[in-house]
Design a protein around this ligand. Sequence first.
Ligand SMILES: [Zn+2]
Ligand SMILES: [Zn+2]
Length: 105
Amino acid sequence: MKCPKCNAEARDVARFCQRCHATLRYECPACRHEQRQGGKCERCGVDFLKYISSVVAIQQGEADLAHDRIEQRSSLLKNILLLPFNLGIPLFRQLMGASRSRRDR
Ligand SMILES: [Zn+2]
Ligand SMILES: [Zn+2]
């Protein structure tokens, strides 16, 4: 077969043209059917771009959910870690005030 883009001789099994790297074979992301043309799958009718973008959207949604979960956990952890400090500050202020008032006297 010949490359439709640069007319270079390409092997039938090649997925890309060795000279111009044009795509010679498209694989359906849904059913793995291979065909010469991109766009729509000749076997299951899936639109390649739509399918890929929907898969990417789902993966991004899952990543966002995981991110939210991590954020929630880290803010909870932060509160727990800050708890002794928050409780310690009034105590610290009391001690400072006590020492200052002692000096004033
Ligand atoms: Zn080519
Ligand atoms: Zn397909």
